[in-house]
Design a binder for this molecule. Structure first.
Ligand code: GRF
Length: 205
């Protein structure tokens, strides 16, 4: 069976990218997927180092080099098509995805969000803002979500979630770290579920 060809889009540290790379080498995605491209919108993203170390093709495209956001995404689509990408994973990619990318890869773009969507998602809800909002609301649990990307921020159908407790004395940092640990298990699991759904029933194990 041919492996699913994944492009991972990043803006930062790339610890979720790392969990996907690890899973595709030695973990649950070993026979199911390979990362064929890491695309960053930031030149200095540490995720690029991780890609390099793993021997995976990496590139930086900056929106400011294009006259429009649609143009930026059109260039990305071109890179994906060149490599026959079947699944796009957003992993700490901070820009809103434009409709041209969503339309070209409809149902085949996943995103990870550090909260239990539909709560604490949407514009402005990223990084420490998410965890601060969870703490402010006095929640006793939080978690993370992998969902299919549509035209709205943090909005498409939920594929999988994992929970993490909010503990007394938590601040945004301690909560973020606990949630991030769950994210690293969640994303490879969600990708496996996504891929198996695409397979004919007789080849599913
Ligand atoms: C994660 O918390 C992810 O849920 C969010 O951005 C963060 C990225 O972390 N979308 P990393 O770059 O994968 O370490």
């Amino acid at each position: 069976m041919e492996k699913m060809r994944i492009a991972v889009m990043v803006s930062g540290g790339g610890s979720n990218l790392q969990s996907i790379l690890d899973a595709s080498r030695t973990g649950n995605l070993k026979d199911l997927a390979e990362v064929v491209l890491v695309a960053s919108n930031k030149r200095d993203a540490f995720a690029l180092e991780r890609a390099k170390k793993a021997g995976v093709d990496a590139l930086t495209l900056e929106p400011k080099s294009f006259t429009s956001r649609a143009g930026f995404y059109a260039a990305l689509i071109e890179e994906f098509e060149k490599r026959n990408v079947g699944l796009v994973c957003l992993a700490g990619f901070l820009l809103k995805v434009e409709p041209n990318l969503v339309q070209r890869y409809r149902g085949r773009i996943l995103n990870i969000h550090p909260a239990l969507l539909p709560k604490y998602g949407g514009p402005g809800m990223y990084g420490h803002h998410v965890h601060e909002a969870v703490l402010r609301a006095g929640e006793t649990e939080s978690g993370c979500t992998v969902h299919v990307v549509d035209e709205e921020f943090d909005h498409g159908p939920v594929l999988l979630q994992r929970k993490a407790p909010v503990l007394p004395g938590d601040d945004a940092q301690t909560l973020a770290a606990r949630v991030l640990k769950e994210e690293h298990r969640l994303y490879p699991e969600a990708i496996e579920i996504f891929i198996r759904k695409q397979l004919p029933p007789e080849t599913r194990s």
